[in-house]
Design a protein around this ligand. Structure first.
Ligand code: SIN
Length: 536
């Protein structure tokens, strides 16, 4: 196949791509609504991307154990696919328990010296890593689009966002303060020290192949921990490229290890090892519960970022334009494949029809296609199972009275492309209101009063992302306080940033990632009491 060359100059000269802000919304909306001149130059094919990455040394296929790239010990490999074409990109090492145990040992050995480095030294390593991630932003973004499918501009947004966690951790490393507590007795002195928790097992999903890793590994390393990363076997290439850049940044061997392949075996080894003192996981609620139960055996510290069922509440008094733009971003980011994507759009009866029509018109304008093609706002879903889930939920809803007002079927492009969909007349009994669709479907529910909206929104075991659209300051405070969610966007559809705490209430998880709060997840608190102070 003839391969049009990727326009590197176009990337380099773009002010948009160089913008420092890691808040994603403006960039995302631009990409969803108006293809810029830049995107018109973006058409490339997967083969040329893979060969460019190969020549730059960023296309890695082996795991990283103790600073050495390694095949699976039994030589097994698995394929990584491009979801936009169904073609295999490359074969990677398919590792399991033995490789994981060696990675844990390497991390344990490296911990002895890494945990003794000064905060300033760790900060410099992290800063270097951040700089390299930014230098290689374009290639890393291409890798994300290649293995995950999201539009290239969204991938570039993810690099800014993901690298931002490393930059933030580099800064925050120097602010891990302890305390001096006023002593109850005059001959005592009481101190609180914060110390690294130890070796961390980081298990990450496919929907953000870089950002879900960096928001775990950045703070872990800043605190003095070492890590064994298990990226999703669907999207390991970005993780491996980031690990390669950690080596180039001079981060010592064994501090960052990566094993991938046989997920249950790797997970079991991480859970069983008494040397692993912390598990951090982003993924499904079902797997999170298993990891939490398994961690009890060795009493590990656990952070979990699990599934959501995000309500997006549009009140009669909302600005229609703001509500539509915000909902579009909250729902269709990454083709609906994020834990904070709006899963239920709960609209007050007075604005319902107007909002439904305006949302349908906006969604209709979104171009679906290969993430490397110009103007594309929606890529493919990650795999066939993801499409089947969307189909099942839509079928269940329509069989119970919901109406498809846009889309509602596989896209003519084939593979795992699905038409951006809006369905109306959804109610809380339908499966689509109770399960995370993780796809490009916007289900509209109707409500009468503010109390109804809060009740419907909180009627779920999940509690991660939520959104409110209203022009009333009083209502925005009242509803934000009443929502049983870890994140609330008010008149804003994309609120993720490395400087704010990300995490859920109820069964959406434990702990927080990002911000100063995310650092605590990798620290032990040690109390030291100094006695007999008055004795000469
Ligand atoms: C997720 O889907 O788990 C993360 C989404 C985000 O960071 O905004």
């Amino acid at each position: 196949m003839a391969a049009p060359n990727l326009s590197r100059m176009a990337f380099r000269s773009s002010k948009l791509l160089a913008r420092p802000s890691h808040l994603l919304s403006a960039q995302l909306l631009m990409q969803m609504q108006s293809p810029s001149p830049l995107t018109r130059k973006m058409s490339v094919d997967a083969h040329s991307v893979a060969s460019q990455l190969n020549s730059s040394g960023l296309l890695r296929t082996q795991g990283l154990i103790g600073g050495k790239w390694s095949d699976a010990y039994d030589g097994k490999t698995i394929k990584v696919y491009n979801p936009a074409t169904g073609e295999s990109i490359v074969d990677i090492a398919c590792m399991g328990g033995r490789e994981t145990n060696d990675a844990i040992s390497a991390a344990y050995d490296a911990y002895r010296s890494w945990s003794k480095t000064t905060a300033a030294e760790r900060s410099k390593f992290l800063r270097k890593w951040y700089d390299l991630l930014m230098v290689h932003k374009e290639e890393l973004a291409q890798l994300i689009t290649l293995e995950q499918g999201k539009p290239l501009k969204e991938s570039i947004g993810e690099i800014n966002y993901g690298a931002g966690f490393i930059e933030f951790a580099a800064e925050e490393a120097k602010r891990i303060y302890g305390d001096i507590i006023p002593a109850p007795l005059s001959d005592r002195r009481l101190f609180v020290l914060k110390q690294p928790v130890g070796v961390v097992g980081a298990i990450t999903p496919w929907n953000f192949p870089l950002a879900m890793i960096t928001r775990k590994v950045g703070p872990a390393l800043a605190c003095g921990c070492t890590v064994v990363i298990k990226p999703s076997e669907l999207t390991p290439l970005t993780a491996l490229a980031a690990a390669e850049l950690s080596i180039q940044a001079g981060i010592p061997a064994g501090v960052v290890n990566v094993v991938m392949g046989n997920a249950p075996d790797i997970g079991d080894a991480l859970i069983a090892s008494p040397q692993v003192r912390k598990i951090t996981f982003t993924g499904s609620t079902a797997v999170g519960k298993k990891l939490m139960a398994g961690s009890a055996e060795t009493v590990k510290k656990v952070s979990l970022e699990l599934g959501g069922n995000a309500p997006c509440i549009v009140f009669d008094d909302a600005d229609l334009d703001v509500a539509v733009k915000g909902t579009l971003a909250a729902k269709f980011r990454n083709s609906g494949q994020t834990c904070v994507c709006a899963n239920r759009i709960i609209v007050q009866e007075g604005i319902y029809e107007k909002f439904a029509n305006a949302l349908r018109d906006a969604v209709q304008n979104m171009k679906v296609g290969d993430g490397f093609s110009e103007g594309v706002a929606q890529g493919p879903l990650i795999n066939e199972a993801a499409v089947k889930k969307v189909e099942t939920l839509i079928h269940d809803a329509t069989s119970k009275g919901a109406k498809v007002i846009l889309g509602g079927k596989r896209h003519s492009l084939g593979f795992t492309f699905y038409e951006p969909t809006v369905i109306s007349d959804v109610n809380s009994e339908m499966r689509i209101s109770r399960e995370e669709a993780f796809g490009p479907v916007a289900p509209l529910l109707r409500f009468k009063t503010e109390e109804d909206a809060i009740r419907i929104a909180n009627d779920t075991n999940a509690g991660l992302g939520s959104y409110i659209f209203t022009n009333s300051i009083q209502r925005s405070w009242r509803v934000a306080e009443a929502l049983e969610y870890g994140l609330v966007g008010v008149n804003e559809g994309v609120i993720s940033t490395e400087v704010a705490p990300f995490g859920g209430y109820k069964q959406s998880g434990l702990g927080r990632e990002g911000s100063k709060y995310g650092m605590d997840e990798y620290l032990e608190i040690k109390y030291v009491c100094l006695g007999n102070m008055n004795k000469e």
